[in-house]
Structure formats: structure tokens, C-alpha cells
Design a protein around this ligand. Structure first.
Ligand SMILES: [Zn+2]
Length: 188
């Protein structure tokens, strides 16, 4: 396992190969901290989550990009479809933000139910137990048989479960509770 040092802005997460006095991301001064990154050769994803689970990016001509039949997936909520640009796009990654207690988990559970009509949904929670999730699902009358649940915060473990169960949708609640063991620090 090779080890490398990178620098992260502790305010906004900006990453740099060298220490910077002022962060180009958030303009804070002296916000950079050093972190060790362990590079595992068998990992498909070196850092973070990629929507396509493929970390090889190539430069392509904009004119050569073929727009495939992008069928939009109905979330079951007109308002939500509207903010997603008339539904979810396959292979896309969406971040839902909002104040604590605003009802994100409730909304997501209801969306889960609607998405399960289109394929298997894997719901990953880093904050709540199986029982807590089940109580919410029961309260919201979410009963689909193809909703899977995983209580996990380790991204490598989640990747592994995604590969094994091959869900059509994966919901992660919430992203800030997740950590990557290839980065030696605690979740920010
Ligand atoms: Zn910053």
C-alpha cells in the first residue's frame, strides 16, 4: 500500500498536492491540513463516490458525445421531478440538502417507495439503525419487497454491497456520515 500526502482545506474540502496559504475554493487563510492518502491498487474508486463507478476520465470532443435515450425516472412527486429536470437520469448523482429536521429522510423514504417500481433500491444509512428505518417505512406505508437496507458508514463496504446486490438506485443518508478508509482522517 503506497502512501501519499495531500492537503485539504478543512473549511471546504478543496484538495491540493501542495500546502496553500489561501484556499482557492473558499478564500479562507491557513485552512489547509495535511492528510495521508493510502493508495490501494485494487480499489475501483480512489476517492469519493462516482456516479458511474469508473474513475477513468477521458477528454472527448463535445460534438462526439452521443446523447442516449435519457429516459427520466419518475420520482412520484411532480415538484421533485421538476427540480431534477423532469425526473431522475440514469447514472446520475443527486445531492439533497436542507436543514436538520426538515424532513429529508421522510421524503427520501417516500421516493424510495416510488423508485422501487422501476428497480431495486439500496438504502444506506449512516445515522439510523435497521429498526429506526423500519419504523419510518411502516409509518409511511412503504412495503415494497425490493427495497434493501444497509447500515454502514464505510464507503469501501458500501461499494462492495452495491457490486454484490446490483441495485438500480442507491440512496445514502447522509453523505457527511460516510468515510473513506483510504483517507486517514475522520469524517468532516
Ligand atoms: Zn477552502
Amino acid at each position: 500500500m503506497a502512501s501519499d500526502v495531500v492537503f485539504f482545506c478543512k473549511e471546504c474540502g478543496y484538495e491540493s498536492a501542495k500546502w496553500l496559504g489561501r484556499c482557492p475554493g473558499c478564500n479562507n487563510w491557513n485552512s489547509f491540513v495535511e492528510e495521508k492518502v493510502n493508495k490501494k491498487s485494487n480499489s475501483k474508486i480512489s476517492r469519493g463516490i462516482s456516479a458511474t463507478f469508473d474513475n477513468k476520465s477521458e477528454v472527448v470532443k463535445l460534438n462526439d458525445i452521443v446523447v442516449k435515450n435519457t429516459t427520466r425516472i419518475d420520482t412520484g412527486y411532480q415538484e421533485l421531478n421538476r427540480v431534477f429536470g423532469s425526473g431522475l437520469v440514469e447514472g446520475s448523482l443527486t445531492l439533497i440538502g436542507g436543514e436538520p429536521g426538515i424532513g429529508k429522510s421522510t421524503l427520501i423514504m417516500q421516493v424510495c417507495n416510488n423508485l422501487s417500481k422501476h428497480g431495486t433500491v439500496l438504502y444506506v444509512s449512516g445515522e439510523e439503525s435497521e429498526v429506526q428505518i423500519k419504523i419510518r417505512a411502516d409509518r409511511l406505508n412503504v412495503k415494497a419487497d425490493n427495497i434493501l437496507f444497509l447500515s454502514e458508514t464505510n464507503i469501501t463496504q458500501i461499494e462492495d454491497k452495491i457490486e454484490k446486490n446490483n441495485p438500480k438506485f442507491c440512496i445514502i443518508d447522509s453523505i457527511q456520515t460516510m468515510y473513506d478508509e483510504e483517507i486517514s482522517s475522520v469524517p468532516r
